[in-house]
Design a binder for this molecule. Structure first.
Ligand SMILES: [Zn+2]
Length: 507
C-alpha cells in the first residue's frame, strides 16, 4: 500500500493516510536534505561565482515554497543548505569548494543519519573538475557513512556517471520537458527514500548509458518520439521489483566524458531492472534519428522577416543560442540589431542582460531620451553591442542596483533591460512592467522551446538558431573534444545496450 501510493505520484490523500498509520516508526528516522543545482555550458566564457548562487539554509529551507511538500511526510526532513543558480558558465572552483564545505559541516552536525535526500540538477561543471556531482556525493558519503541511504532527484538534462551510481542508492529524474513535474519528481525521490528506510530495503541501483546527445529543444516530451518514450515510465514503475525508472536526455553543452543519455533504475529485482533498462535504452537508440525541433526554426534574419510577415499574432521568436535557462549568457543583441534593421514595429523584447545600460536608464529617469550601447557586456568576445538612442519608459522599484530592470523604447521595439541574468518566460514577467505580450505583433524571448505559459499564445512560434553558449548546431561546436563517441557527433555509431551496477549493490 505504502509503496503503491508514492509510485502513483504520492497524492496528498494517500500521504495523509500513510501519516496516520505510520507515525510511530517514521518519527524515529533521521533524514537530512541538501544539495546544489546548476546547469553549466562549457562553451560559455562566463564563470558562475558566489554572488550568482541563491543559498537557502535552515528555516529559509523549511519555509520555502519549493520544500513545502516535505511536510506531507510523517517524519521531519532536517535542512542543511540548498544552493541554486540560473544556468550559465562553469562554476568557479573556490565558490564550489566553499559551498560544499558549508554543506558538509551542516551535514556533520546532524549525524547520525539514516537517510539523505539530495535535490540536484545533475549538469554542474566546476572549473578543473570532471563529474562535479560525483564529487559532491562522495564527500557527503564520507560524512554520513556507508549505511545511510542517499536519494537524489535530477533534472531531465542531468548527466550520470559510474562514480555517481556507485555512491547513490536511488535516483528519480524529471519525466517532462518543459519541466512540469518538479514536485512530483521530488516526491518520488523522497517517498522512495522513506519507503526503503521504513521497510529496511537496501535498493539495487543500475544504469544503462545511451550514446545519444540531443539539445532539449529536440527531445521535448510534448512531441514524438519523446512523448511515447517517457509516457511508458509510470507503468514501468509499477512492475514487480521496480522502485523508480528514470530516463535522462543528458546535457549536450557540457563537453565531458559523462555527457550522454541514460536509463537509471532503482529496485529490488536486479533481473527485472536489467530487462527494463535494456529495453528502454534500445528504444531510445532506435528513435535517435526521429528527434526533431518541435517548432519552425530559421536564421535570426529569416525569423524576424517571418514574424513581420505573419498574418496572426503574437509571433513569438525564441533567441535559442542565448537562452539563460539553458546556460546562455542572455547578453546578446543580435536579434535586436536585426529587428531594428528590418524596421519591425509593435515588438516587445524581454529581455537583454546589460547592467551598464540598466544603470544609465535609472540615472536618466523615465521619459528621457538617452544614447545607449546595448548588449555584449558579459562576454564582449561573443557578440556585438547595438549602439542606439532609447526613451526610458519604465523603471522597476528596486533599490539594489544588481537586481534592477528597466524598459526602453527603441523605434518599434519595447525592450526590457536587466542588471542580472534572468529569463522572461512567464506572462507575469511582462505584466509587472505593465506590458501584455498578447497585445504585441512580435514577442522576442531568450528561450529554447517555449514555456508552458508562452507556448499556448504563440501564433506562430519561431525558433531562431542563433549563436551563443548553447548554440543548437551542436555537431559544429568548437572544443568538442572530451565527449565519448555519441550520436549525432558520430553519425555511424553502432550500439547494443549494456547495464552497469552500482558498487553498493555488491556490499
Ligand atoms: Zn532541464
Amino acid at each position: 500500500m505504502y509503496r503503491r501510493s508514492f509510485l502513483k505520484g504520492a497524492s496528498l490523500t494517500l500521504l495523509t493516510a500513510i501519516r496516520n498509520t505510520a507515525q510511530t516508526t517514521a518519527r524515529d528516522l533521521r533524514i537530512a536534505y541538501g544539495g546544489i543545482g546548476i546547469e553549466c555550458s562549457t562553451y560559455s566564457r562566463l564563470r558562475t561565482r558566489m554572488q550568482e548562487f541563491t543559498i537557502l539554509r535552515d528555516a529559509e529551507l523549511t519555509y520555502s515554497a519549493r520544500f513545502q511538500f516535505l511536510k506531507r511526510y510523517p517524519v521531519t526532513f532536517m535542512p542543511t543548505l540548498v544552493a541554486t543558480a540560473v544556468p550559465g558558465g562553469p562554476v568557479e572552483r573556490q565558490t564550489y569548494e566553499t559551498i560544499k564545505a558549508e554543506f558538509l559541516k551542516r551535514l556533520e552536525a546532524l549525524l547520525p543519519l539514516h537517510g539523505l535526500y539530495l535535490p540536484m540538477h545533475g549538469a554542474m561543471f566546476v572549473e578543473g573538475m570532471q563529474d562535479a556531482e560525483a564529487d559532491w556525493y562522495q564527500a557527503a558519503r564520507k560524512v554520513v557513512g556507508p549505511d545511510c541511504l542517499l536519494s537524489a532527484s535530477y533534472d531531465l538534462h542531468g548527466n550520470i556517471s559510474q562514480p555517481i551510481i556507485d555512491t547513490l542508492d536511488m535516483l528519480s529524474a524529471f519525466r517532462t520537458a518543459p519541466h512540469i513535474d518538479r514536485e512530483e519528481t521530488m516526491l518520488r525521490a523522497t517517498g522512495m527514500l522513506l519507503h526503503c528506510l521504513r521497510e529496511k530495503i537496501r535498493p539495487n541501483l543500475i544504469w544503462a548509458p545511451i550514446p545519444v546527445l540531443m539539445p532539449g529543444e529536440r527531445s521535448s516530451t510534448e512531441w514524438e518520439p519523446g512523448k511515447r518514450l517517457w509516457a511508458q515510465l509510470p507503468a514501468l514503475n509499477r512492475e514487480p521489483g521496480i522502485l523508480d525508472v528514470s530516463m535522462l536526455v543528458g546535457y549536450v553543452w557540457a563537453d565531458e566524458p559523462r555527457s550522454t543519455a541514460a536509463v537509471v533504475i532503482t529496485g529490488t529485482d536486479p533481473d527485472n531492472q536489467r530487462r527494463v533498462a535494456t529495453n528502454l535504452a534500445q528504444q531510445y537508440w532506435d528513435a535517435r534519428a526521429e528527434f526533431k525541433f518541435g517548432t519552425e526554426t530559421c536564421t535570426v534574419d529569416d525569423c524576424v522577416q517571418r514574424a513581420i510577415d505573419a498574418k496572426t499574432q503574437p509571433a513569438i521568436l525564441a533567441d535559442s543560442g542565448d537562452n539563460p535557462t539553458g546556460g546562455g549568457n542572455g547578453d546578446q543583441a543580435t536579434v535586436l540589431e536585426s529587428l531594428l534593421r528590418h524596421k519591425a514595429q509593435n515588438v516587445v523584447f524581454a529581455g537583454i542582460t546589460d547592467r551598464p545600460a540598466t544603470e544609465a536608464c535609472y540615472k536618466a529617469g523615465v521619459g528621457t531620451r538617452i544614447p545607449l550601447s546595448i548588449g555584449a557586456t558579459l562576454d564582449p568576445q561573443a557578440s556585438r553591442p547595438v549602439k542606439t538612442e532609447a526613451v526610458v519608459k519604465f523603471l522597476l522599484a528596486e533599490t539594489n542596483p544588481a537586481r534592477r530592470e528597466a524598459v526602453v523604447q527603441i523605434q518599434g521595439v519595447t525592450l526590457a533591460l536587466s542588471a542580472y541574468r534572468r529569463p522572461y518566460h512567464d506572462i507575469q514577467d511582462f505584466t509587472r512592467f505593465g506590458l501584455d505580450p498578447k497585445s504585441f505583433k512580435i514577442v522576442v524571448v531568450k528561450s529554447g522551446y517555449l514555456s508552458p505559459e508562452l507556448g499556448p499564445i504563440a501564433n506562430p512560434s519561431l525558433m531562431a538558431l542563433s549563436a551563443g553558449a548553447i548554440n543548437q548546431d551542436i555537431v559544429h561546436l568548437p572544443a568538442n573534444k572530451y565527449r565519448k563517441p555519441t550520436y549525432p557527433f558520430v553519425a555511424n555509431l553502432s550500439f547494443a545496450p549494456k547495464v552497469y551496477e552500482s558498487a553498493r549493490n555488491r556490499r
